[in-house]
Design a protein. Structure first.
Length: 459
Protein backbone atom coordinates (compact mmCIF):
# COMPACT_ATOMS: atom_id res chain seq x y z
CA UNK A 1 0.00 0.00 0.00
CA UNK A 2 1.13 3.51 -0.81
CA UNK A 3 -1.07 5.29 1.70
CA UNK A 4 1.91 6.59 3.63
CA UNK A 5 4.52 6.54 0.87
CA UNK A 6 5.92 9.65 -0.75
CA UNK A 7 2.77 11.75 -0.55
CA UNK A 8 4.63 14.77 0.94
CA UNK A 9 7.29 14.45 -1.80
CA UNK A 10 4.71 14.63 -4.57
CA UNK A 11 3.05 17.63 -2.98
CA UNK A 12 6.40 19.37 -2.61
CA UNK A 13 7.19 18.73 -6.29
CA UNK A 14 3.83 20.21 -7.23
CA UNK A 15 4.45 23.29 -5.09
CA UNK A 16 7.92 23.64 -6.62
CA UNK A 17 6.46 23.12 -10.12
CA UNK A 18 9.15 20.54 -10.85
CA UNK A 19 7.08 18.92 -13.59
CA UNK A 20 9.90 16.94 -15.20
CA UNK A 21 10.88 15.14 -11.99
CA UNK A 22 7.24 14.58 -11.12
CA UNK A 23 6.50 13.06 -14.54
CA UNK A 24 9.51 10.74 -14.29
CA UNK A 25 8.35 9.46 -10.91
CA UNK A 26 4.74 9.01 -11.94
CA UNK A 27 5.28 7.07 -15.16
CA UNK A 28 7.26 4.44 -13.25
CA UNK A 29 4.25 3.59 -11.05
CA UNK A 30 1.69 0.90 -11.76
CA UNK A 31 -1.77 2.36 -12.53
CA UNK A 32 -3.36 1.18 -9.22
CA UNK A 33 -0.51 2.75 -7.20
CA UNK A 34 -0.72 5.95 -9.18
CA UNK A 35 -4.47 6.05 -8.64
CA UNK A 36 -4.00 5.59 -4.90
CA UNK A 37 -1.68 8.60 -4.75
CA UNK A 38 -4.19 10.69 -6.71
CA UNK A 39 -6.95 9.70 -4.28
CA UNK A 40 -4.86 11.05 -1.40
CA UNK A 41 -4.33 14.44 -3.02
CA UNK A 42 -6.80 17.29 -3.46
CA UNK A 43 -8.78 17.36 -6.74
CA UNK A 44 -6.76 20.42 -7.80
CA UNK A 45 -3.42 18.66 -7.28
CA UNK A 46 -4.76 15.50 -8.92
CA UNK A 47 -5.74 17.56 -11.97
CA UNK A 48 -2.26 19.10 -12.12
CA UNK A 49 -0.66 15.65 -12.03
CA UNK A 50 -3.01 14.43 -14.74
CA UNK A 51 -2.03 17.23 -17.08
CA UNK A 52 1.62 16.18 -17.07
CA UNK A 53 0.97 12.45 -17.51
CA UNK A 54 1.35 10.83 -20.93
CA UNK A 55 -1.97 9.85 -22.48
CA UNK A 56 -1.65 6.09 -21.91
CA UNK A 57 -0.63 6.41 -18.24
CA UNK A 58 -3.38 8.96 -17.59
CA UNK A 59 -6.04 6.66 -19.05
CA UNK A 60 -4.86 3.60 -17.13
CA UNK A 61 -4.76 5.51 -13.83
CA UNK A 62 -8.13 7.16 -14.47
CA UNK A 63 -9.85 3.79 -14.73
CA UNK A 64 -8.64 2.86 -11.23
CA UNK A 65 -9.94 6.03 -9.56
CA UNK A 66 -13.15 6.19 -7.57
CA UNK A 67 -16.15 7.45 -9.50
CA UNK A 68 -16.26 10.48 -7.19
CA UNK A 69 -12.72 11.59 -8.08
CA UNK A 70 -13.32 10.81 -11.75
CA UNK A 71 -16.34 13.12 -11.68
CA UNK A 72 -14.29 15.85 -9.97
CA UNK A 73 -11.53 15.58 -12.57
CA UNK A 74 -14.06 15.85 -15.38
CA UNK A 75 -14.73 19.41 -14.19
CA UNK A 76 -11.06 20.38 -14.16
CA UNK A 77 -9.40 18.64 -17.10
CA UNK A 78 -9.12 20.33 -20.47
CA UNK A 79 -11.61 19.06 -23.06
CA UNK A 80 -8.94 17.57 -25.33
CA UNK A 81 -7.29 15.55 -22.58
CA UNK A 82 -10.64 14.51 -21.16
CA UNK A 83 -11.90 13.28 -24.53
CA UNK A 84 -8.66 11.35 -25.08
CA UNK A 85 -9.05 9.64 -21.71
CA UNK A 86 -12.74 8.82 -22.20
CA UNK A 87 -12.09 7.49 -25.69
CA UNK A 88 -9.46 5.08 -24.36
CA UNK A 89 -11.36 3.96 -21.26
CA UNK A 90 -12.92 0.52 -21.06
CA UNK A 91 -16.58 0.98 -22.11
CA UNK A 92 -17.99 -0.48 -18.88
CA UNK A 93 -15.82 1.79 -16.70
CA UNK A 94 -16.78 4.79 -18.82
CA UNK A 95 -20.48 3.93 -18.50
CA UNK A 96 -20.14 3.76 -14.72
CA UNK A 97 -18.70 7.28 -14.73
CA UNK A 98 -21.29 8.69 -17.14
CA UNK A 99 -24.07 7.31 -14.94
CA UNK A 100 -22.84 9.40 -12.00
CA UNK A 101 -22.52 12.70 -13.87
CA UNK A 102 -25.34 15.20 -14.34
CA UNK A 103 -27.40 14.45 -17.45
CA UNK A 104 -26.25 17.60 -19.25
CA UNK A 105 -22.57 16.80 -18.63
CA UNK A 106 -23.09 13.22 -19.80
CA UNK A 107 -24.70 14.38 -23.05
CA UNK A 108 -21.85 16.83 -23.69
CA UNK A 109 -19.15 14.22 -23.07
CA UNK A 110 -20.85 11.55 -25.18
CA UNK A 111 -21.13 14.04 -28.03
CA UNK A 112 -17.38 14.73 -27.92
CA UNK A 113 -16.39 11.05 -28.19
CA UNK A 114 -15.17 9.58 -31.46
CA UNK A 115 -18.04 8.14 -33.56
CA UNK A 116 -17.29 4.46 -32.73
CA UNK A 117 -16.98 5.16 -29.00
CA UNK A 118 -20.05 7.42 -29.07
CA UNK A 119 -22.06 4.56 -30.53
CA UNK A 120 -20.83 2.20 -27.83
CA UNK A 121 -21.57 4.72 -25.06
CA UNK A 122 -25.10 5.35 -26.33
CA UNK A 123 -25.70 1.60 -26.64
CA UNK A 124 -24.67 0.87 -23.06
CA UNK A 125 -26.50 3.88 -21.61
CA UNK A 126 -29.61 2.74 -23.47
CA UNK A 127 -29.98 -0.31 -21.22
CA UNK A 128 -32.00 -0.02 -17.96
CA UNK A 129 -30.18 1.14 -14.85
CA UNK A 130 -28.75 -1.63 -12.68
CA UNK A 131 -28.98 -4.08 -15.59
CA UNK A 132 -26.35 -6.39 -17.04
CA UNK A 133 -26.26 -4.24 -20.18
CA UNK A 134 -25.03 -1.25 -18.19
CA UNK A 135 -22.18 -3.28 -16.66
CA UNK A 136 -20.93 -5.10 -19.75
CA UNK A 137 -18.20 -4.23 -22.22
CA UNK A 138 -18.52 -4.86 -25.98
CA UNK A 139 -14.78 -5.49 -26.22
CA UNK A 140 -14.44 -9.27 -26.52
CA UNK A 141 -13.05 -11.87 -28.92
CA UNK A 142 -15.39 -14.05 -30.99
CA UNK A 143 -14.42 -16.74 -33.47
CA UNK A 144 -16.37 -18.75 -36.05
CA UNK A 145 -17.27 -22.42 -35.49
CA UNK A 146 -15.83 -23.49 -38.87
CA UNK A 147 -12.35 -22.10 -38.10
CA UNK A 148 -9.49 -24.45 -37.40
CA UNK A 149 -7.66 -24.04 -34.11
CA UNK A 150 -4.66 -22.57 -35.95
CA UNK A 151 -6.89 -20.03 -37.72
CA UNK A 152 -8.63 -19.16 -34.47
CA UNK A 153 -5.34 -18.51 -32.65
CA UNK A 154 -4.11 -16.33 -35.50
CA UNK A 155 -7.37 -14.36 -35.40
CA UNK A 156 -7.07 -13.91 -31.62
CA UNK A 157 -3.51 -12.61 -31.93
CA UNK A 158 -4.65 -10.05 -34.50
CA UNK A 159 -7.86 -8.84 -32.84
CA UNK A 160 -7.58 -9.35 -29.07
CA UNK A 161 -5.43 -6.38 -28.08
CA UNK A 162 -8.33 -4.29 -26.75
CA UNK A 163 -10.40 -7.18 -25.44
CA UNK A 164 -11.32 -7.03 -21.77
CA UNK A 165 -10.15 -10.63 -21.36
CA UNK A 166 -9.07 -13.49 -23.62
CA UNK A 167 -9.26 -16.18 -20.97
CA UNK A 168 -12.53 -17.16 -22.62
CA UNK A 169 -13.18 -16.91 -26.37
CA UNK A 170 -16.74 -16.93 -27.69
CA UNK A 171 -18.04 -18.79 -30.71
CA UNK A 172 -20.60 -16.96 -32.87
CA UNK A 173 -22.11 -17.38 -36.30
CA UNK A 174 -22.05 -14.81 -39.10
CA UNK A 175 -24.94 -12.91 -37.47
CA UNK A 176 -23.20 -12.77 -34.04
CA UNK A 177 -25.52 -15.35 -32.50
CA UNK A 178 -23.80 -16.96 -29.54
CA UNK A 179 -23.14 -20.67 -30.14
CA UNK A 180 -20.62 -21.55 -27.46
CA UNK A 181 -17.45 -20.63 -25.64
CA UNK A 182 -13.99 -22.11 -25.29
CA UNK A 183 -11.21 -21.35 -22.84
CA UNK A 184 -8.01 -20.10 -24.40
CA UNK A 185 -6.05 -22.81 -22.60
CA UNK A 186 -8.23 -25.49 -24.19
CA UNK A 187 -7.78 -23.88 -27.59
CA UNK A 188 -3.99 -23.73 -27.26
CA UNK A 189 -3.78 -27.40 -26.25
CA UNK A 190 -6.03 -28.61 -29.09
CA UNK A 191 -4.71 -29.98 -32.38
CA UNK A 192 -4.02 -27.11 -34.83
CA UNK A 193 -6.10 -28.76 -37.57
CA UNK A 194 -9.15 -29.44 -35.40
CA UNK A 195 -12.26 -27.38 -36.05
CA UNK A 196 -13.41 -25.05 -33.31
CA UNK A 197 -16.91 -26.59 -33.17
CA UNK A 198 -15.38 -30.01 -32.47
CA UNK A 199 -13.76 -28.90 -29.22
CA UNK A 200 -15.63 -29.81 -26.05
CA UNK A 201 -15.33 -27.32 -23.24
CA UNK A 202 -17.38 -25.83 -20.41
CA UNK A 203 -21.15 -25.60 -20.69
CA UNK A 204 -22.35 -22.35 -22.25
CA UNK A 205 -23.88 -19.91 -19.74
CA UNK A 206 -25.18 -16.52 -20.90
CA UNK A 207 -26.81 -13.57 -19.15
CA UNK A 208 -29.67 -11.56 -20.72
CA UNK A 209 -28.78 -7.90 -21.19
CA UNK A 210 -31.84 -6.91 -19.17
CA UNK A 211 -30.95 -9.10 -16.16
CA UNK A 212 -30.61 -7.30 -12.84
CA UNK A 213 -27.19 -6.83 -11.30
CA UNK A 214 -28.16 -9.16 -8.44
CA UNK A 215 -28.83 -11.93 -10.99
CA UNK A 216 -25.43 -11.29 -12.57
CA UNK A 217 -23.69 -11.71 -9.22
CA UNK A 218 -25.64 -14.91 -8.54
CA UNK A 219 -24.63 -16.34 -11.93
CA UNK A 220 -20.93 -15.71 -11.27
CA UNK A 221 -21.18 -17.30 -7.84
CA UNK A 222 -23.04 -20.33 -9.21
CA UNK A 223 -20.85 -21.05 -12.23
CA UNK A 224 -17.50 -19.81 -10.89
CA UNK A 225 -16.47 -18.02 -14.10
CA UNK A 226 -14.03 -15.18 -14.77
CA UNK A 227 -16.31 -13.79 -17.49
CA UNK A 228 -19.82 -14.40 -18.77
CA UNK A 229 -21.36 -13.42 -22.13
CA UNK A 230 -24.33 -11.05 -22.36
CA UNK A 231 -26.97 -11.65 -25.04
CA UNK A 232 -29.98 -9.79 -26.41
CA UNK A 233 -33.48 -11.23 -26.73
CA UNK A 234 -32.56 -13.10 -29.91
CA UNK A 235 -29.44 -14.71 -28.44
CA UNK A 236 -26.93 -12.44 -30.17
CA UNK A 237 -23.72 -11.73 -28.28
CA UNK A 238 -23.67 -8.02 -27.34
CA UNK A 239 -20.93 -7.95 -24.68
CA UNK A 240 -19.29 -9.65 -21.73
CA UNK A 241 -19.11 -9.03 -18.00
CA UNK A 242 -15.87 -9.81 -16.19
CA UNK A 243 -15.39 -10.82 -12.59
CA UNK A 244 -13.77 -7.50 -11.59
CA UNK A 245 -16.99 -5.71 -12.52
CA UNK A 246 -18.96 -8.19 -10.44
CA UNK A 247 -16.76 -7.52 -7.40
CA UNK A 248 -17.55 -3.81 -7.74
CA UNK A 249 -21.27 -4.58 -7.95
CA UNK A 250 -21.08 -6.84 -4.89
CA UNK A 251 -19.36 -4.13 -2.87
CA UNK A 252 -21.97 -1.54 -3.89
CA UNK A 253 -24.88 -3.86 -3.11
CA UNK A 254 -23.46 -4.89 0.27
CA UNK A 255 -22.80 -1.25 1.22
CA UNK A 256 -26.32 -0.25 0.20
CA UNK A 257 -27.93 -3.09 2.17
CA UNK A 258 -25.90 -2.38 5.31
CA UNK A 259 -26.81 1.31 5.20
CA UNK A 260 -30.49 0.49 4.79
CA UNK A 261 -30.34 -2.00 7.64
CA UNK A 262 -29.06 0.81 9.86
CA UNK A 263 -32.17 2.84 9.15
CA UNK A 264 -30.91 5.27 6.52
CA UNK A 265 -31.22 5.68 2.78
CA UNK A 266 -28.25 4.39 0.79
CA UNK A 267 -25.54 7.01 0.34
CA UNK A 268 -24.50 7.78 -3.22
CA UNK A 269 -20.90 8.62 -2.24
CA UNK A 270 -18.36 7.69 0.46
CA UNK A 271 -19.25 8.92 3.94
CA UNK A 272 -16.70 11.75 4.10
CA UNK A 273 -17.54 12.86 0.54
CA UNK A 274 -21.27 13.15 1.28
CA UNK A 275 -22.35 16.74 1.87
CA UNK A 276 -23.91 17.82 5.16
CA UNK A 277 -27.27 18.54 3.55
CA UNK A 278 -27.36 15.19 1.76
CA UNK A 279 -26.42 13.33 4.93
CA UNK A 280 -29.22 14.98 6.89
CA UNK A 281 -31.70 14.34 4.08
CA UNK A 282 -30.75 10.66 3.82
CA UNK A 283 -31.16 10.10 7.55
CA UNK A 284 -34.03 12.40 8.49
CA UNK A 285 -36.74 10.50 6.62
CA UNK A 286 -36.31 7.21 8.44
CA UNK A 287 -35.77 8.94 11.79
CA UNK A 288 -39.07 10.78 11.34
CA UNK A 289 -40.87 7.55 10.48
CA UNK A 290 -39.34 5.82 13.50
CA UNK A 291 -40.29 8.74 15.74
CA UNK A 292 -43.91 8.47 14.65
CA UNK A 293 -43.74 4.75 15.30
CA UNK A 294 -42.33 5.26 18.77
CA UNK A 295 -45.19 7.68 19.51
CA UNK A 296 -47.46 4.65 19.29
CA UNK A 297 -45.46 3.23 22.20
CA UNK A 298 -46.40 6.28 24.26
CA UNK A 299 -50.02 5.76 23.22
CA UNK A 300 -49.88 2.16 24.38
CA UNK A 301 -48.34 3.23 27.70
CA UNK A 302 -51.19 5.70 28.18
CA UNK A 303 -53.69 2.90 27.62
CA UNK A 304 -52.15 0.97 30.51
CA UNK A 305 -51.57 3.91 32.85
CA UNK A 306 -54.07 2.60 35.42
CA UNK A 307 -52.23 -0.72 35.65
CA UNK A 308 -48.94 1.15 36.09
CA UNK A 309 -50.47 3.32 38.84
CA UNK A 310 -51.61 0.26 40.75
CA UNK A 311 -48.41 -1.69 40.19
CA UNK A 312 -45.57 0.78 39.71
CA UNK A 313 -43.11 -2.11 39.73
CA UNK A 314 -44.31 -3.02 36.23
CA UNK A 315 -42.77 0.16 34.83
CA UNK A 316 -39.33 -1.01 35.88
CA UNK A 317 -39.30 -3.77 33.30
CA UNK A 318 -40.81 -1.96 30.30
CA UNK A 319 -37.39 -1.12 28.74
CA UNK A 320 -36.21 -4.70 29.28
CA UNK A 321 -39.28 -6.22 27.63
CA UNK A 322 -39.47 -4.03 24.55
CA UNK A 323 -35.71 -4.02 23.93
CA UNK A 324 -35.60 -7.82 24.06
CA UNK A 325 -38.39 -8.06 21.49
CA UNK A 326 -36.71 -5.46 19.28
CA UNK A 327 -33.35 -7.22 19.53
CA UNK A 328 -34.80 -10.59 18.53
CA UNK A 329 -36.68 -9.01 15.63
CA UNK A 330 -33.56 -7.19 14.43
CA UNK A 331 -31.57 -10.42 14.54
CA UNK A 332 -34.18 -12.30 12.53
CA UNK A 333 -34.64 -9.63 9.88
CA UNK A 334 -30.88 -9.23 9.41
CA UNK A 335 -30.43 -12.97 8.93
CA UNK A 336 -33.28 -13.29 6.44
CA UNK A 337 -32.32 -10.21 4.42
CA UNK A 338 -28.82 -11.58 3.98
CA UNK A 339 -30.14 -15.05 3.16
CA UNK A 340 -32.41 -13.58 0.49
CA UNK A 341 -29.53 -11.54 -0.94
CA UNK A 342 -27.34 -14.65 -1.16
CA UNK A 343 -30.29 -16.68 -2.53
CA UNK A 344 -29.99 -19.12 0.35
CA UNK A 345 -33.76 -18.81 0.67
CA UNK A 346 -36.44 -17.92 -1.87
CA UNK A 347 -39.97 -16.58 -1.55
CA UNK A 348 -41.32 -20.13 -1.67
CA UNK A 349 -39.35 -20.93 1.51
CA UNK A 350 -41.33 -18.52 3.69
CA UNK A 351 -43.23 -21.31 5.46
CA UNK A 352 -40.04 -23.19 6.31
CA UNK A 353 -38.54 -19.97 7.67
CA UNK A 354 -41.73 -19.25 9.63
CA UNK A 355 -41.65 -22.66 11.34
CA UNK A 356 -37.91 -22.37 11.98
CA UNK A 357 -38.20 -18.91 13.54
CA UNK A 358 -41.24 -20.03 15.54
CA UNK A 359 -39.12 -22.74 17.15
CA UNK A 360 -36.05 -20.51 17.47
CA UNK A 361 -38.07 -17.65 18.93
CA UNK A 362 -39.64 -19.94 21.48
CA UNK A 363 -36.27 -21.39 22.50
CA UNK A 364 -34.65 -17.96 22.74
CA UNK A 365 -37.63 -16.62 24.67
CA UNK A 366 -37.40 -19.48 27.16
CA UNK A 367 -33.69 -18.79 27.68
CA UNK A 368 -34.27 -15.08 28.32
CA UNK A 369 -37.38 -15.84 30.37
CA UNK A 370 -35.43 -18.13 32.72
CA UNK A 371 -32.73 -15.48 33.12
CA UNK A 372 -35.36 -12.81 33.84
CA UNK A 373 -37.20 -15.02 36.32
CA UNK A 374 -34.02 -15.89 38.24
CA UNK A 375 -32.91 -12.26 38.28
CA UNK A 376 -36.09 -11.25 40.13
CA UNK A 377 -36.87 -14.38 42.13
CA UNK A 378 -33.42 -14.76 43.68
CA UNK A 379 -32.52 -11.11 44.05
CA UNK A 380 -31.35 -10.56 47.67
CA UNK A 381 -33.84 -7.71 48.25
CA UNK A 382 -36.60 -9.04 46.02
CA UNK A 383 -39.33 -8.69 48.67
CA UNK A 384 -38.57 -5.05 49.42
CA UNK A 385 -37.69 -4.05 45.84
CA UNK A 386 -40.49 -5.81 43.97
CA UNK A 387 -43.06 -6.27 46.75
CA UNK A 388 -44.55 -9.32 48.46
CA UNK A 389 -45.73 -10.79 45.15
CA UNK A 390 -42.29 -10.76 43.61
CA UNK A 391 -42.65 -14.37 42.41
CA UNK A 392 -45.69 -13.40 40.36
CA UNK A 393 -43.78 -10.38 39.06
CA UNK A 394 -40.95 -12.73 38.06
CA UNK A 395 -43.44 -15.00 36.25
CA UNK A 396 -44.89 -11.95 34.48
CA UNK A 397 -41.48 -10.86 33.23
CA UNK A 398 -40.54 -14.40 32.19
CA UNK A 399 -43.81 -14.98 30.33
CA UNK A 400 -43.58 -11.58 28.64
CA UNK A 401 -40.03 -12.25 27.47
CA UNK A 402 -41.11 -15.53 25.91
CA UNK A 403 -43.97 -13.80 24.11
CA UNK A 404 -42.12 -10.73 22.81
CA UNK A 405 -39.02 -12.64 21.69
CA UNK A 406 -41.21 -15.17 19.89
CA UNK A 407 -43.25 -12.41 18.26
CA UNK A 408 -40.16 -10.39 17.33
CA UNK A 409 -38.46 -13.38 15.71
CA UNK A 410 -41.50 -14.26 13.61
CA UNK A 411 -42.28 -10.70 12.51
CA UNK A 412 -38.62 -9.89 11.83
CA UNK A 413 -38.26 -12.95 9.61
CA UNK A 414 -41.53 -12.51 7.69
CA UNK A 415 -41.27 -8.79 6.92
CA UNK A 416 -38.44 -9.20 4.32
CA UNK A 417 -40.53 -11.85 2.55
CA UNK A 418 -43.51 -9.51 2.48
CA UNK A 419 -41.41 -6.70 0.99
CA UNK A 420 -39.88 -9.01 -1.63
CA UNK A 421 -43.40 -10.19 -2.50
CA UNK A 422 -44.50 -6.64 -3.37
CA UNK A 423 -41.29 -6.03 -5.38
CA UNK A 424 -39.58 -3.86 -2.75
CA UNK A 425 -36.02 -4.17 -1.47
CA UNK A 426 -36.05 -6.46 1.62
CA UNK A 427 -33.25 -4.33 3.10
CA UNK A 428 -35.88 -1.64 3.63
CA UNK A 429 -36.97 -3.74 6.62
CA UNK A 430 -34.25 -2.08 8.64
CA UNK A 431 -33.41 -3.22 12.15
CA UNK A 432 -34.64 0.05 13.75
CA UNK A 433 -37.94 -0.25 11.86
CA UNK A 434 -38.53 -3.81 13.07
CA UNK A 435 -37.55 -2.84 16.61
CA UNK A 436 -40.04 0.03 16.60
CA UNK A 437 -42.79 -2.23 15.28
CA UNK A 438 -42.13 -4.81 17.98
CA UNK A 439 -41.99 -2.16 20.75
CA UNK A 440 -45.72 -1.43 20.53
CA UNK A 441 -46.81 -5.06 20.40
CA UNK A 442 -44.33 -5.85 23.18
CA UNK A 443 -46.20 -3.54 25.54
CA UNK A 444 -49.50 -5.20 24.71
CA UNK A 445 -48.00 -8.63 25.36
CA UNK A 446 -46.36 -7.46 28.61
CA UNK A 447 -49.48 -5.97 30.16
CA UNK A 448 -51.65 -8.85 28.97
CA UNK A 449 -49.34 -11.32 30.74
CA UNK A 450 -49.24 -9.04 33.79
CA UNK A 451 -53.04 -9.05 33.91
CA UNK A 452 -52.99 -12.86 33.86
CA UNK A 453 -50.46 -13.32 36.72
CA UNK A 454 -51.23 -10.25 38.87
CA UNK A 455 -55.03 -9.98 38.56
CA UNK A 456 -56.42 -9.90 42.10
CA UNK A 457 -52.99 -9.32 43.63
CA UNK A 458 -51.40 -6.11 42.39
CA UNK A 459 -53.98 -5.39 39.70
Amino acid sequence: MLSQLLKPDYEELIRAKDWNTLRELLVELDPPDLAEILELLSPQDSALMFRILPRAEATDAFEHLSVELQAALVETLADKQLVDILDEMAPDDRTRLLEELPAEVTRRLVHTLSPPQRQIANQLLGYPERSAGRSMTPEYVAIRPDMTVAEALTYIREHARKSETINVVYITDARAKLLGEVRLATLVLAAPTARVDSIEDAQLVAIPATALREDVVAAFEKYDRVALPVTDGAGHLVGIITVDDVLDVQAEEATEDIQKLGGTEALDAPYLDTSFGTMVKKRAGWLAVLLVGEMLTATAMTHYEHEIERAVVLALFVPLIISSGGNSGSQATSLIIRALALREVELADWWRVFVRELRSGLALGLILGVIGFMRIQFWPTAATTYGPYYTRVALTVAGSLIGVVLFGSVVGSMLPFALRRVKLDPATASAPFVATLVDVTGLVIYFSVANFFLKGFLL
